[in-house]
Design a protein around this ligand. Structure first.
Ligand code: UGA
Length: 436
């Protein structure tokens, strides 16, 4: 089958490369010429493990090509996958302008009976709006479907090749069959539902996971003050099959490009229905305030952050990505600088160039220094913040940062270090909800 994937963010590129690896002829389409130039040379414009190899392999076989031309990508496509961004509006709603722009741009080149699939996260009811946009520009017959995405950044290729399920929201049998056939090589359960349910399933899955993280963070906070240890509590309740011990390690709150946005959008839909007081508003509030509360607590421990030197380890929102969207570092660092601390930071992949867009003003003023190498890091910091659980950061021998002449705190924001070992190295240790 011939497939066009519109949007070359991590979802679009991974989707295009995986379908191409099944032997389909795939076009990756984007209006950003710079990105397309890179992708044509199999260069991935962001950090995503395994993706470059998959691009090289599929491009070498001529199964995958990239273009900025709607005509070239759409005219022969049996299937068009829309995977563009759906950012939040200022009031927390969803901005569908990129999805609509795609619909209008692809319409003139549509092949008869082509299927336009919306993979971007959109609210229930969006397909009708997309249909109107396309119909305003063509008389060609087409079908619509919704195919929500469940992959995670940092493991996007693996998640796409080994999904827990594929959810297809379609309006007729032919479309269900076409999308079923496309995903058959994955041997995953296929859930066939109406488009509105597929769209809501995506929001519900992300909001549930965000709620789980918020829940365990609250329990961790109670543990810390009550003599209980969150890791012991998780191990005790995790045996309950209804609950499980997975996907709720406590930390600084959820970040990234999806959970914060999707929870806010659900809260917004609910508000629009007159339900101002809803669960999603509360999850968002608790998560948004979390880092400030942690910093207040840590500030007391360190004796205030004014003129303190802080070592920040990990800038990306999670390991194996260079994505800084809603990363804890983007809240910790500005707040620490506001409190007049001096920051030295390190991340295995986020270097000065990537960080510039987010931390430019702090880098220029000298209140933030990002070092390229672990070996360049200071051993005289008053406090170390382990913000992202990169494997190279959790396996470090932290004694390299120990300065025998003064007390130093190690704030293990991801609970990945052994408190006993950290104390042996001579640091004062604070995890999240841990007694040590
Ligand atoms: C998330 C979902 O997990 C994917 O299923 C979904 O497709 C994706 O959003 C999306 O909507 O595109 P992602 O944001 O890449 O994926 O990353 P996760 O690994 O789910 O982590 C999200 C946030 O929760 C991170 O800030 C992470 O540090 C935090 N987290 C995760 C915790 O604090 N505790 C955990 O136990 C797990």
């Amino acid at each position: 089958m011939t497939i066009a994937v519109i949007g070359t963010g991590f979802v679009g590129v991974v989707t295009a490369a995986v379908y191409a690896s099944f032997g389909h002829k795939v076009f990756g389409l984007d209006i950003d010429q710079k990105k397309i130039n890179k992708l044509k040379k199999s260069q991935v414009p962001f950090h995503e493990p395994q993706l470059e190899d998959l691009l090289k392999e599929t491009q070498k076989k001529n199964h995958l090509s990239f273009t900025t031309s709607y005509q070239e990508a759409i005219q022969s496509a049996d299937l068009i996958i829309v995977a563009v961004g759906t950012p939040s509006t200022i009031d927390g709603g969803v901005d569908l302008k990129y999805v609509f722009a795609c619909a209008e741009s692809l319409a003139p080149y549509l092949k008869s009976e082509a299927v336009v699939v919306v993979k971007s996260t959109v609210p229930p009811g969006t397909l009708d709006l997309v249909r109107d946009k396309i119909k305003s520009r063509t008389k060609t017959k087409f079908n619509l479907a919704s195919l929500p995405e469940f992959l995670r950044e940092g493991s996007a290729v693996n998640d796409t090749l080994h999904p827990d399920r594929i959810v297809i929201g379609a309006e007729n049998q032919t479309t269900f069959e076409l999308l079923g056939e496309l995903h058959a090589p994955l041997k995953a359960p296929i859930v066939r539902v109406r488009p509105e349910s597929a769209q809501m399933a995506k929001y519900a899955a992300n909001a549930y996971l965000a709620m789980r993280i918020t829940f365990i963070n609250q329990v961790a906070d109670i543990c810390e003050k009550s003599g209980a240890d969150i890791e012991e509590v998780i191990s005790a309740i995790g045996y309950d099959k209804r609950i499980g011990a997975h996907y709720w390690y406590p930390g600084p709150g959820y970040g990234g490009s999806c959970f914060p946005k999707d929870v806010k959008e659900l809260a917004h839909f609910f508000k629009q229905m007159g339900k101002t007081d809803n669960l999603f508003v509360k999850i968002n509030q608790l998560n948004s305030h979390r880092i400030n509360l942690l910093l207040t607590d840590y500030g007391r421990k360190v004796g205030g952050f004014k003129d303190k030197q802080i070592l920040v380890l990990g800038l990306s929102f999670k390991p194996n990505t260079d994505d800084l969207r809603e990363a804890p570092s983007t809240k910790f660092i500005p707040q620490l600088i506001k409190l007049r601390a001096q920051i030295i930071a390190f991340d295995p992949v986020v270097k000065q160039k990537t960080a510039q867009a987010v931390f430019g003003q702090y880098l220029e003023s000298g209140s933030l220094i990002i070092e390229d190498e672990l070996d360049d890091l200071t051993n005289s910091a008053d406090a170390i913040f382990l913000l992202t659980e990169w494997s190279e950061l959790i396996s470090l021998d932290y004694s390299r940062f120990r300065n025998g002449t003064k007390p130093q705190w190690l704030f293990d924001i991801r609970n990945r270090l052994n408190p006993v070992q950290v104390r042996k190295w001579g640091f004062k240790y604070q995890g999240i909800g841990r007694q040590g």
